[in-house]
Write a protein that binds this ligand. Structure first.
Ligand code: PLP
Length: 397
């Protein structure tokens, strides 16, 4: 039998943890592993703006006919406006082309295959550390993954010199994966001055930035979080963006994102787009409609957009509040180790500095689930579970 040769794949480091969490019978268990936003009640509800858009769609939808390979066209336009800003010349000049994709993951995979088949480089540089799935996605697509320094563990801060030194070794045409904002897993983002230096390096060395933009609106704000991307896009002739609406619209299981290619002129963009579509056709033919229709309905309607902005602001502000509360609660539990860096970081995640043994004790003795690297999803903290979390951490330190 041929299947008798198949070996069991290791559990996914993040989603596998959720499976173990679900099977844990303890009442006061807490999942700080996976990056899912929880409200104060520990729930991940459907946004009101999404519910309203879905009601409109239910009423107005006339067909379930296939979409084109590139997906919903109004969606692709509103995505570009969100990425580059309304009225951006990248949008009006035709230099940017966007195809709907099944989540940020699908967008990264399409980007990787497009690059592999149509550009000379076989190498993508990712930050060390990075989201656990990056290496998996890129290697499965056939690219070689190299790492650039990003994190200074002792300082709980960015290792920007390490990043620049490593990227100086990249070859012309190499791809550089950059987290647009809310770096996963560290929560540490580049300053504008650092973005400028990265942009100059990419321009000088002809490196191709590939932005992974999964958390727009979770850092400082929708426009603010796009500042790095827009700065780089103003300086380099070519780049790609893989963005996701899983988190900022709470559309996790709708699998909705997009892949955007920026070329140096509209003519090259048209050719690049034909190859992006060819890649999509070979993978899943054309995307599902629902998530894209929700996002385009919301972003094309001033009142729904305002409601979404308000809901996203509430999510961002709640996470920021949890960061401050976490630092304070640890102090209240008598922890003397400095955790203040957590309140300076962005987005859903922080690197806590907890080691593997401490992470294991938190799980085994206290039912608190954290990824082995010590990455904490702050978005899973609430005022209710905070004392449980901090008491447990105080005991394992
Ligand atoms: N990129 C980063 C950095 C992420 O953290 C995630 C999700 O956790 C994704 C991409 C993928 O998002 P999606 O769930 O839309 O595929």
């Amino acid at each position: 039998m041929i299947f008798s040769q198949v070996v069991l794949a290791p559990a996914d480091p993040i989603l596998g943890l959720t499976d173990t969490f679900k099977a844990d019978p303890r009442q006061d268990k807490v999942n700080l592993g996976v990056g899912i936003y929880k409200d104060e009640a520990g729930q991940t509800p459907v946004l009101q703006s999404v519910k309203k858009a879905e009601a409109l769609l239910l009423e107005q939808e006339k067909t379930k006919n296939y979409l084109g390979i590139e997906g919903v066209q109004t969606y692709n336009r509103v995505v570009q406006e969100l990425l580059f800003g309304e009225g951006s010349t990248l949008v009006t000049s035709g230099r940017a082309v966007t195809a709907q994709a099944p989540g940020g993951t699908g967008a990264l995979r399409i980007a990787a295959e497009f690059l592999l088949r149509n550009t000379p480089s076989r190498t993508v540089w990712v930050s060390n550390p990075t989201w656990a799935n990056h290496q998996n996605i890129f290697e499965t697509a056939g690219l070689t993954v190299k790492e650039y320094g990003y994190y200074n563990a002792a300082a709980h801060d960015i290792d920007f010199d390490g990043m620049m030194t490593d990227l100086a070794n990249a070859q012309a045409g190499d791809i550089v994966l950059l987290h647009g904002c809310c770096h996963n897993p560290t929560g540490i983002d580049l300053t504008l001055a650092q973005w400028e230096l990265v942009a100059n390096l990419c321009a000088d060395k002809q490196l191709v930035p590939l932005f992974d933009f999964a958390y727009q609106g979770f850092g400082a704000g929708i426009e603010e979080d796009a500042a790095g991307l827009r700065l780089v896009a103003a300086k380099v002739p070519e780049l790609l963006v893989a963005n996701s609406f899983s988190k900022n619209f709470g559309l996790y299981n709708e699998r909705i994102g997009a892949v955007t290619v920026v070329a140096q002129n509209a003519d090259e963009a048209v050719r690049a787009f034909s190859q992006v579509k060819r890649t999509i056709r070979a993978n899943y033919s054309n995307p599902p409609a629902h998530g894209a229709l929700i996002v385009s309905t919301i972003l094309s309607d001033a009142a729904l957009k305002a409601l979404w902005v308000q809901e996203l602001t509430e999510m961002r502000e709640r996470i920021a509040e949890m960061r401050t509360l976490f630092v304070q609660s640890l102090k209240d539990e008598g922890v003397t180790q400095d955790f203040s860096f957590i309140s300076r970081q962005n987005g859903m995640f922080s690197f806590s500095g907890l080691n593997k043994a401490q992470v294991a004790r938190l799980k085994d003795e206290f039912g608190i689930y954290i990824v082995g690297s010590g990455r904490i999803s702050v978005a899973g903290m609430t005022k209710t579970n905070m004392p449980v979390i901090c008491k447990a951490i105080a005991q394992v330190l």
